[in-house]
Design a protein around this ligand. Structure first.
Ligand SMILES: NC(=O)c1ccc[n+]([C@@H]2O[C@H](COP(=O)([O-])OP(=O)(O)OC[C@H]3O[C@@H](n4cnc5c(N)ncnc54)[C@H](O)[C@@H]3O)[C@@H](O)[C@H]2O)c1
Ligand SMILES: [Fe+2]
Length: 382
């Protein structure tokens, strides 16, 4: 870090965190004169008892709710347009996203679209589209139900093209939620596989953010504490969930997302094409790739890896020990070590390497990653 220039650091979201926080939602809406929310979720969550109970809690207070749940596992542009149609056809005054990263990203993209009606991908941050996000956006509230993406505290939405499946990133500080109701009790019944995969996404965010090349000591501190919380709780949350492990994972996932305003890296670029091409869950794609991506990053960054190893309380304070820890953690969580175990085939590798090289995450990796590096990494992980 150099000390002869000016940096900008933002930490603006109000987070109500803790068991029972969701019970405050109706009163918050009433105090802010918001009585007609559009609730955005996914089709699976829409059927779960905790979701139905949130909706009936709102209706009980005479808050008229309209639920939109027509979204894909890896959300696409047409999902956002359909949700916006619901807003247009029913008189709504705010948007509440309830769910994992997929539902929260669609909710955030609808927030953008309400007063920005050009083609959605005109606002793609990768082509400088954020400058067109100039109009007002409706009030936005988020309620996470997984502990992984941290999308609830984010300012971006990842939405894919319906045909090409390429992931686009919509970004603007205007897309931050006004308030997050982060209630670990909503995550209590997450199945073990989703707990493990989303938790590994959170771990990847914290590790990649810590290593990302932009100087940001505030985020570095948050990321190391996030790593420590995940070390303490991910295995318990997966195998014997209790309020403590669920709470630690939920706060650590938000810390990961706050920290990665600093940037991500090679692991996310390895993971994104797997979701685009093979519909792999985002967290699973990160989990399988993280040991290989971290191995790639060690040389030249031994000091940073020493600090990660110390945070993980490993006997040996080296990058190699961190990589071994990641393989072992995957084993304990029943996550495969090899891409071939998650439907990747040799013939996919060239396309994957092209897509990874075009991805938005790796420019912030601590060291440059070439297209050949991606091919080599995929080949060693196959
Ligand atoms: N905006 C960002 O900053 C950001 C960052 C990383 C990833 N993402 C995006 O997030 C998405 C992945 O999100 P995710 O990992 O949270 O998974 P997800 O939203 O796809 O949810 C995974 C599954 O868990 C189910 N589920 C969610 N909460 C549950 C609960 N409490 N109980 C039982 N089942 C529950 C969902 O219905 C779904 O089937 C991807 O689309 C990815 O691109 C966004
Ligand atoms: Fe992620």
């Amino acid at each position: 870090m150099t000390f002869d220039k000016v940096y900008q650091y933002n930490f603006p979201t109000t987070i109500r965190f803790g068991a029972g926080a969701i019970k405050e939602l109706p009163a918050y809406l009433q105090q802010n004169n918001l009585e007609n929310p559009l609730v955005v979720t996914d089709p699976n969550i829409a059927q779960l008892p905790f979701f139905k109970s949130i909706i009936s809690g709102l209706q009980h207070k005479n808050i008229s709710t309209e639920v939109f749940h027509g979204i894909h596992k890896n959300p696409v542009k047409s999902d956002v347009y359909k949700g916006t149609d619901v807003w247009d056809n029913t008189a709504r005054d705010c948007i509440i996203g309830i769910g994992g990263g997929a539902a929260l990203d669609v909710a955030r993209a609808i927030v953008l679209r309400i007063n920005h009606r050009e083609d959605l991908f005109k606002y793609d941050d990768l082509v400088g589209g954020d400058i067109y996000v100039t109009n007002k956006v409706p009030p936005f509230i988020t309620v996470p139900t997984t502990a992984g993406t941290g999308s609830e505290v984010g300012r971006s939405a990842i939405i894919s093209d319906d045909e090409t499946h390429q992931k686009k990133i919509l970004f603007s500080p205007k897309l931050l939620a006004q308030i997050v109701f982060a209630d670990p009790e909503l995550t209590m019944d997450l199945p073990p596989f989703i707990t493990a995969a989303t938790g590994m996404d959170a771990l990847t965010h914290n590790m990649e953010a810590f290593l990302a090349k932009n100087p940001h000591p505030i985020c570095d501190g948050i990321a190391l504490e996030g790593i420590s919380l995940i070390k303490d709780s991910l295995e318990t949350a997966t195998k014997r969930p209790d309020l403590e492990s669920r709470s630690k994972m939920l706060i650590a996932s938000m810390m990961g997302a706050i920290a990665f305003q600093k940037g991500l890296g090679v692991v996310h670029s390895l993971a994104h094409p797997l979701s685009s091409l093979l519909d792999t869950h985002h967290g699973l794609a990160n989990a399988v790739n993280i040991p290989y991506g971290m191995q790639f990053n060690i040389a030249g960054f031994e000091d940073k890896f020493r600090r990660i190893a110390r945070t993980l309380e490993l006997e040996e304070e080296t990058g190699e020990a961190v990589v071994n820890y990641l393989f072992e953690l995957n084993s304990r969580l029943n996550i495969p070590h090899r891409l071939r175990d998650i439907q990747v085939k040799e013939e996919h590798l060239d396309t994957l390497a092209d897509l990874a090289f075009a991805d938005f995450a790796h420019p912030n990796n601590p060291k440059p990653v070439s297209r050949d590096d991606f091919k080599t990494l995929y080949t060693s992980a196959l």
